[in-house]
Design a protein around this ligand. Structure first.
Ligand SMILES: [Fe+2]
Length: 216
């Protein structure tokens, strides 16, 4: 008989690898039950190409970015219908990007705000300090800064570094590709994510949630 993924299995994979991909087909309700077993489920959102959100649902490629790590721990996508395009998502390890930043660059990027009016708290900064360690939160289409040319130059260099790193080091396909009924959950502090263009003809349909871990 088919069994649902155990919360301890999902959390162990998130700790060890920073992500977990299910290997059984679940219903939408079973997926949500799995997520609720991990913690507080936030902002459930349906994503369909040609839906009302001009960025998320356009089918255009999305650059590597973060979604929620200043108010939740994990981002998960449940694949309602892969439409042959479920493997367009990629994830990329944020640790080498953080490690590449000098103390001066970290301080400059901590002055760049990420403004997200539809998210809890309305946003954060590209770099923030949490528990004595720097954390990254990058959303390249939602950045605001004070116009200081030194900050702007650091931001341009960082953006180029993210793009280059994404091309070279992305995880895509096999380990994370979703078919209908499967889900992927990713630690939004450890990985950025994005996607390549979704073909207009693909009926790709995802349900996305954020999870604030119960024991984090
Ligand atoms: Fe996203």
């Amino acid at each position: 008989m088919r069994s649902l993924p155990a919360p301890s299995t999902i959390l162990a994979s998130l700790r060890a690898r920073g992500f977990y991909r299910s290997d059984v087909q679940l219903s939408r309700e079973e997926f949500l039950a799995c997520m609720r077993a991990l913690g507080d489920v936030k902002k459930p959102t349906e994503i369909r190409p040609r839906g009302p959100n001009p960025v998320l649902e356009s089918g255009r490629p999305l650059l590597a970015h973060n979604d929620c790590n200043y108010y939740a721990d994990f981002i998960a996508w449940y694949c309602r219908d892969d439409g042959g395009a479920g493997d367009r998502t990629f994830i990329v390890d944020a640790a080498p990007l953080l490690a590449s930043l000098s103390p001066e660059e970290l301080a400059r990027l901590a002055r760049v705000r990420v403004v997200l009016p539809n998210h809890e708290g309305g946003g954060t900064t590209v770099v923030r300090w949490q528990g004595g360690a720097p954390r990254l939160f990058y959303v390249p289409w939602a950045l605001f800064h004070d116009g200081d040319p030194v900050v702007l130059d650091t931001l341009r260099r960082f953006h180029a570094r993210v793009k280059e790193h994404t091309q070279r080091e992305r995880v895509q396909g096999g380990p994370i590709a979703l078919r209908s009924g499967e889900f992927l959950i990713v630690d939004d502090g450890r990985f950025m994510h994005g996607r390549d263009a979704v073909p207009d003809s693909a009926p790709r349909h995802l349900l996305r949630v954020y999870v604030k871990a119960a024991s984090a």
